[in-house]
Write a protein that binds this ligand. Structure first.
Ligand code: AP5
Ligand code: MG
Ligand code: ZN
Length: 206
């Protein structure tokens, strides 16, 4: 099953992707995670990516498309994949159509006014990538899954988040129409608790 998770920053793509990848036994591929690990390793891609991510802008299409193309060629994608955060522009979607067949696009729909609070309160596991929210952590500072330290992402401050939301509206939201036209769009209400959103995605994916 070749699936895309579409949604605004903070919609819950990463949170749902971890659970869906486990249930369906397909790899979770997050371009944001790939960039962050390159930034950590100070690779040439990481250095380029950081200059855009810090401003809340998109990393240029040619860089991003090449990374995803190479990733999807790996053996573990033979039985499907779950893309989280790619494509994010119409040019990326058109490129993806040339090297892979997208079967379902899940649009996780959350009202704009909820997103800022979700993102600024987010804490992520430095090791396994699980996302948490301070409202539910009860003061805990380590990951419930693997015990590693929880950190705040560098681009999760209010200024950068506003830029990310604007970029989403302009450059990524048009993909909803793009995939609706192709007849592969599934929309789920992302404004419920995590389990409920997960169940409604699974129901619609079948
Ligand atoms: P990326 O890492 O993809 O960030 P994003 O799209 O901004 O999305 P987030 O990761 O912030 O949100 P999410 O939807 O995964 O939410 P989460 O599950 O964590 O990209 C980062 C940057 O990299 C981009 O800005 C860009 O510069 C670059 N980039 C990446 N891909 C690119 C591409 N294709 N092209 C160009 N550039 C690219 O949840 C958020 C919070 O809400 C958490 O605290 C979580 O616990 C909580 N939460 C989740 N679900 C619920 C729920 N149902 N109820 C209550 N709280 C919830
Ligand atoms: Mg994410
Ligand atoms: Zn962890």
């Amino acid at each position: 099953m070749n699936v895309i998770l579409l949604g605004a920053p903070g919609a819950g793509k990463g949170t749902q992707a971890v659970r869906l990848a486990e249930k369906y036994g397909i790899p979770h591929i997050s371009t944001g995670d790939i960039f962050r690990s390159n930034i950590k390793g100070q690779t040439p891609i990481g250095i380029v990516a950081k200059s855009y991510i810090d401003k809340g802008q998109l990393v240029p299409d040619e860089v991003t498309i090449q990374i995803v193309k190479e990733r999807l060629e790996k053996d573990d994608c033979k039985c499907g994949y779950l893309l989280d955060g790619f494509p994010r522009t119409v040019a990326q979607a058109e490129a993806l159509d040339k090297f892979s067949k997208v079967e379902a696009v899940v649009n996780v729909d959350v009202p704009l006014n909820k997103l800022l609070k979700r993102i600024t309160g987010r804490r992520v596991c430095a090791k396994c990538g699980e996302s948490y929210h301070v409202d539910y952590l009860e003061g805990k500072t380590t990951c419930a899954k693997c015990g590693a330290e929880l950190i705040q992402r560098a681009d999760d401050n209010e200024t950068t988040v506003s830029a990310r939301l604007e970029v989403y509206e302009k450059q990524t939201a048009p993909l909803i129409e793009y995939y609706a036209q192709k007849g592969v769009l599934i929309t789920v209400d992302g404004d419920g608790d995590i389990e409920r959103v997960f169940n409604s995605i699974c129901e619609k994916l079948g």
